[in-house]
Ligand binder design. Sequence first.
Ligand SMILES: [Zn+2]
Length: 155
Amino acid sequence: MDNDETFMKQAIELSKLAVAHGNEPFGAVLVKDGEVVFTNENQIYTRHDPTFHGEAGLIREFCAQTGVADLREYTMYSSCEPCFMCSGAMVWVKLGRLVYGASNTDLEHILGNEGCNCSALVFDNSFWHPQVTAGVLRDESLAVLKDYFGTHSKG
Ligand SMILES: [Zn+2]
């Protein structure tokens, strides 16, 4: 298993924990120099904050706790493609690299919607372009999303 799969597995585990904690199934892991430096899971319901997604929440907490606000040397692993808001946050912190599992289109198909390649739409139209690797452990990521959104609506 390569490093991308190892860290993605951790992001997917966090997405399951998010559900166990009463939130939506999304997790994110921040890595620098091959080491995990921060993790976060979706907390939109328990924090009463619809913007506390896995990735945006991670960025806010990590930057606030460490004082680091430039993430060009970091890689974020996200269990599912980041939404428009989280992709925008990745531009503002100049994230070096993004790796995600299932795509937004995969997620939206579960919900009966069309979806789009939202991270690319943001990055391609921004001043900062993180490197992107898509579809890592996509099936595992998708299984968690299907399990949850088969019986829950999206918040
Ligand atoms: Zn988001």
